[in-house]
Each structure stands twice: as structure tokens, then as C-alpha cells.
Write a protein that binds this ligand. Structure first.
Ligand code: PBG
Length: 323
């Protein structure tokens, strides 16, 4: 045997020198949930250690996370049911608590990067990402609402718009609405290949945003498809996306890989709520080691080709670096 691969694994220094993928805090985006009110820190049973915060306590939570080195956050609103309607009117009302929170966070921490969610579901009485009419999700009439939502978020000071709705043509419509309103520096990270996945359950618990009827399969992608992700990516890049996202991450590492190989645009991945919850559940039973499983998952997403990872593990990962 003149070739023995084990020689490059014989101690930590050699292993680390030849390590092909790396994971650092600079790769991570921390999703946080916001609720209207004050002094609220509400548990989400299916998302251990993740909370619905009111803005006052969220500012303190973010301050702590900034000290740990987390610089990019994605904020989602948990809206009371009685404020939801069929057309998601609240989503672009400048007095809404989400837009006010964006403004407050950016005022308090101008150096932090803040990303938003653009889709109807948190504000929709139907719980769908687009407008529901006669049992169908209508694409083109949804677009102006998404554009108004994005402009309102840009006005509040958001750094990155995150369209998660999967309507056709939305990136282009949002880009031109932002530009027309003078927000040429506001970025778009598009949910490019977003699959109709079983792993969004805990997130929908967090926002109480599960669809009231049907499922999301006429707009989110078929979990069996990969080539179709190339079509979605090409459209998003041509329409002006600055970054393209694959979601979920772990069942779709091949999709992350194929987008990274085919596009120069940075690729991100959303390590979603169900993926996080699974590790917690197994660790609680003593079936996997929490930190080891977290590191392996996040590193595998980097190895597949993701530049950035949206993950509920962000704070635990940051903490594991200090320990
Ligand atoms: C809503 C949205 C969802 C997630 C992010 N934005 C849920 C859905 O499409 O039903 C899921 C994130 C997660 O599970 O962590 N447009």
C-alpha cells in the first residue's frame, strides 16, 4: 500500500489543515419570532429554546447574540388571528408592529444585518402564501401585495428582503418596486427552491400560520425534483435576486450542490424548524449528542455548497465556540 488515506487523519492538526469545508459564525443567519406587546417571552413547544419575543425583550436577546458574534438575523411576525384577512392588508400597514420593530432594531443596532419574510401567510386568514380565490392560489394578483410589503419593509430599514412565497415573477416585481421607490441598495435573498416539505411544522406552530385548507403543493416545489430548481434559479437570478436559497436544507443537499455548481450567485440554505426540532427530540432521549449532531448537519450544508445558512442552531453554535 503506497497510498494510505488514514495518514491525513492521524492527528487534529493534520485533519484540520486538510479539512475541505469550514463553518463559522459568519455563515449563519439567526431566525427570530416577534409578537406584538411588551415583556413577552413565549415558549414554542415544538421549537425548544426558541421564543416568540415582544420587541423590548427581542432587543435584549439580539444584544446578547451580537456579543456572541451573530451579525445577521431574519425576523418573522406572529400575528393575532383577529388581525388577519384574506388579502393580508396588515402586511404593508406602516403602523404594524413588525415594521415598527424592524425600524427599532435597525436604529438600535445599525451594524446588524436584518432580513425579512415576504409572503402572505403570517397575515392571511387563509394561511396561504398567495391570494386564495375559488379554492386556487392566484399568482398575478398576489404580486402587487408582495411588492407593497417589500417596499414597506425597505422603508422600515430592512437590509435583505426574503420572498418566501414561491409565486412566479415575484422577484422581478419586487426588484422594480424597490428601485422605483428609491431602495436600490435593498438586497433580495430569494427562496428559490422552496419545497412542499413536511419539515415546516414547528414554524407554522410558532406563527399559527398553517393553511386553513389544502396544502402548498401548487406553489412550493415537488420534493422529488431537482432539474426544476435550475429553472427557478435562472428566473430568480435574471429577475434580480442577489442570493438564491434552497429550503429545507438537509433533504436537499443535492439541490444546494447543483445550484452552487451552476450559478455564480451566492447560495444559501434554510435549515428549517423540523430539522432543528428532530435533533432536539433525539438528543432529549439521549439518542444523539446535540452539539455533535448540530455541527455535522451545519457542516454538511456548507460541504454541499451553501455560503450562508439560516438556522435556529445559530445561538447554540455561537455558544459552543465560547465554551
Ligand atoms: C412562510 C415561510 C415558511 C417558512 C419560512 N417562511 C413556512 C411555509 O412555507 O409554510 C418555514 C421555515 C421553517 O420551517 O423553519 N412563507
Amino acid at each position: 500500500m503506497n497510498i494510505r488515506p488514514r495518514r491525513n487523519r492521524k492527528n487534529a492538526a493534520i485533519r484540520e489543515m486538510v479539512q475541505e469545508s469550514r463553518l463559522g459564525l459568519e455563515n449563519l443567519i439567526f431566525p427570530v419570532f416577534l409578537k406584538d406587546g411588551a415583556n413577552i417571552k413565549e415558549e414554542i413547544p415544538s421549537l425548544p429554546n426558541i421564543y416568540r419575543w415582544s420587541i423590548d425583550l427581542l432587543l435584549k436577546e439580539i444584544e446578547g447574540c451580537m456579543e456572541l458574534g451573530i451579525r445577521i438575523y431574519d425576523i418573522f411576525p406572529a400575528v393575532e388571528d383577529h388581525l388577519k384577512d384574506q388579502t393580508a392588508t396588515m402586511s404593508y400597514d406602516p403602523s404594524n408592529f413588525y415594521l415598527k420593530a424592524i425600524q427599532k432594531i435597525k436604529e438600535t443596532f445599525p451594524e446588524l444585518v436584518l432580513m425579512s419574510d415576504v409572503a402572505l401567510d403570517p397575515y392571511s386568514s387563509d394561511g396561504h402564501d398567495g391570494l386564495l380565490r375559488n379554492g386556487k392560489i392566484v399568482n398575478d394578483d398576489t404580486l402587487p401585495i408582495l411588492a407593497k410589503m417589500a417596499v414597506a419593509q425597505a422603508q422600515a430599514g430592512i437590509d435583505i428582503i426574503g420572498p418566501s412565497d414561491m409565486m412566479d415573477g415575484r422577484v422581478g416585481v419586487i426588484r422594480s418596486a424597490l428601485d422605483d421607490a428609491g431602495y436600490t441598495d435593498t438586497s433580495i435573498m430569494s427562496y428559490t427552491a422552496k419545497y412542499a416539505s413536511a419539515f415546516y411544522g414547528p414554524f407554522r406552530d410558532a406563527l399559527n400560520s398553517a393553511p386553513k385548507s389544502g396544502d402548498k403543493k401548487t406553489y412550493q416545489m415537488n420534493t422529488a425534483n431537482k432539474s426544476e430548481a435550475l429553472i427557478e434559479a435562472q428566473l430568480d437570478v435574471e429577475e434580480g435576486a442577489d442570493m438564491i436559497m434552497v429550503k429545507p436544507a438537509l433533504c436537499y443537499l443535492d439541490v444546494i450542490h447543483v445550484l452552487k455548481e451552476n450559478f455564480a450567485t451566492p447560495v444559501t440554505a434554510y435549515n428549517v424548524s423540523g430539522e432543528y426540532a428532530m435533533v432536539h427530540a433525539a438528543a432529549q432521549k439521549g439518542w444523539v449528542d446535540y452539539n455533535a449532531a448540530m455541527n455535522e448537519m451545519l457542516l454538511s450544508i456548507r460541504r454541499a455548497g451553501a455560503d450562508g445558512i439560516l438556522t435556529y442552531f445559530a445561538k447554540d453554535f455561537a455558544q459552543s465556540l465560547v465554551e
